[in-house]
Design a protein. Sequence first.
Length: 190
Amino acid sequence: MRTLISTAFVSLDGVVEAPGGEPGYRNSGWTFKDVEFVPEAFEIKGREQQEAAAMMMGRVSYEAFSPVWPDMADFAGYKPMPKYVVSTTLTEDNLVSGWGETTILRSLDDVAALKETEGGPIIVHGSATLNRSLSDAGLIDRYHLLVFPLLLGAGKRLFSDTDKDTQKLRLVEHAAYSNGLQMNVFDVVR
C-alpha cells in the first residue's frame, strides 16, 4: 500500500490559501512577504522531492502549478515523476506537455484504488479542497506542515469543519526556526 502525504504551508490559524502569491486572496504571498526567509526551514521541501515517487493535486492547484513548476529548478525533482490530478472537470486536453506522465483521477475511490497499488509515497501539494476531502475520507497517512507564525483570518483551510470522530496524529519529527516557522511531521494513527 502506498503512503499518501499531505504537505502544506499553513498559518497558525489553519489557512493554506495563496501562500506563493496566487491572485484573488487579500493576504496572497504570505509565506514570503511577512516572514523572514531562513533556508533551513525549507529543507523538508527538498527531501520531499527525493522521497516521493509521485505527486497528486486537485484541478485548481494543477492549473496554478503546471504552467510554472516544469521549468523551475526548485521543483526539478517533480518533473519526471508521475502526477495525478483529482478532478471531475479537467480533460486530457487541459494537461500540459513536458511535465511527466499525468493521470486524471475522477473520485476519492480512484485515489483509494491508487493507494492499493505498488510504489512509493505520493505527495499532495496545495489543493485545499482535495486535502479536506482526502482527510475526511481517511486517505491521508502523513502530514508535512510548515506552520507560519501568522494569523490570516479568512481563507481556505487545510482541515474541514466536518463533524467527525477524533483523528489522532503522532508527531514523528519537528523543528522550530529563528523566524518563528515550525516544521511538524505527523503520522495518522489508524
